[in-house]
Design a binder for this molecule. Structure first.
Ligand code: GMT
Length: 378
């Protein structure tokens, strides 16, 4: 198949899923055309002759106070489809990608190329609900030939929040468990935990929805009972506040803000616990990556997280903002090596259920279903 994949090229989960999916599909012989405003981060070192990258060019005409990305993307999709016989436009994150794809298809006047939109999370639960976007979002989702969601939670939210009468296929996120596996790195471990401290880790885009300040507070409580250090990966609007908070609580020397990291397997491999105290999480891809590296997860009970992590087996689940409980769970696991080992193994076993090859196969089957014109309206 000739597949055009549009995603955000940044470190966010939707871009990661889109890029890893494209690479895996290319390995299976499909031709993949990434269409975005920058090269997707995880594509960097993945040259293959059947992966093409088409950059959306943005003009900066002074009359435009705001960049017209939706239109520029639609034009690039038209161009790529005209010369590359695209079978499927697979849009990751609905805003504005599904809208651009709809526009492109109208311009092409082509019934052959199908649009599949994969909903990832905040496109549905946050941004898309804003009155300035909602009607366009609803329309664009309804006009897609196929729609997938990364969890049952997200599917239900889409159907109810947007009053959409359309079949939505749940295809969960995935991880390459051959790549994401725990590998010993004594040198890194002794650099990060020189006195044998336990290592807690968090990775996110530091947006309010991630409640990174809770991570700092949980760690503060944990340190009162267990010698530990905290590593924070990623960057975003709440980072400065969190750095200040760590200083105010007097724990700054035990907290490392690592910023954006291209390669996190080595860090996960030396970690003892992953913290995800999010306010909303449609799936929790970064928790899955941690689980694949045998890192148990302490998370909130929101969204699709309980579809991934099993309370009392792969980690623990608490209510949003219940810092004390999350800290208690963390201390309990960190101070009981045999239970920690059992949880770490269970986390890995659970992650294997989301192995890349299984889920990529589900996407391929879904592509076939949509291409064959199978009925997807409710
Ligand atoms: O977490 C974010 O805000 C980034 C966002 C994205 O689209 O890049 O992540 C969403 O998609 C991920 C991949 O499907 C999911 O694992 C995350 O749970 C989801 N984030 C939220 O729902 C907040």
């Amino acid at each position: 198949m000739n597949i055009g994949i549009t995603c955000y090229p940044t470190y966010g989960g939707s871009g990661v899923v889109a890029t890893e999916l494209g690479k895996a599909l290319a390995d299976k012989g499909h031709s993949i055309h990434f269409i975005s405003y920058a090269m997707p981060m995880r594509l960097g070192d993945a040259f293959r002759e059947n992966i093409m990258y088409h950059e959306v060019e943005m003009s900066n005409y002074p009359v435009f106070d705001f960049p017209l990305y939706t239109l520029a993307l639609a034009s690039k999709m038209v161009e790529v489809a005209s010369y590359e016989a695209i079978d499927i436009f697979h849009c990751h994150y609905a805003i504005p990608h599904a809208t651009s794809a709809y526009l492109a298809k109208q311009i092409l006047n082509d019934t052959r190329a199908k649009i599949i939109t994969t909903l990832h999370g905040t496109d549905i639960t946050l941004v898309g609900l804003e009155p300035s976007f909602l009607p366009v979002m609803k329309f664009s989702i309804e006009q897609s030939d196929g729609v997938t969601a990364v969890s049952r939670f997200l599917k239900e939210k889409t159907l109810t929040n947007y009053a959409i009468h359309k079949e939505i296929e749940v295809i969960p996120n995935f991880v390459d468990t051959n790549k994401y596996r725990r590998t010993a790195n004594a040198e890194l471990l002794s650099a990060c935990a020189p006195h044998g401290e336990k290592l807690l880790v968090h990775t996110s885009n530091f947006r309010p929805v991630k409640r990174v300040a809770d991570v700092i507070h949980i760690f503060h409580e944990v340190r009162k009972k267990v010698p530990a250090r905290l590593m924070l990966i990623g960057d975003g609007p709440d980072r400065s506040h969190c750095e200040m908070l760590a200083r105010d609580l007097g724990i700054a020397e035990h907290v490392k803000f690592l910023g954006k990291q291209a390669e996190i397997i080595n860090i996960l491999s030396i970690s003892d616990l992953f913290l995800m105290p999010s306010q909303s999480e449609s799936f929790g891809l970064s928790a899955l990556e941690a689980m694949a590296c045998e890192v148990p997860v302490i998370s909130t009970s929101v969204g699709g997280l309980h579809e991934l992590q099993l309370h009392g087996q792969t980690g623990y689940i608490a209510e949003i903002g219940d810092i004390d409980r999350m800290a208690r769970y963390a201390v309990e696991l960190l101070s009981n090596p045999s239970r920690h080992r059992t949880f770490a193994q269970a986390a890995r076993t659970r992650a294997l259920e989301f192995e890349l090859s299984r889920i990529v196969g589900q996407y391929e089957q879904y592509y076939q279903k949509i291409l064959s014109g199978a009925e997807v309206s409710a």
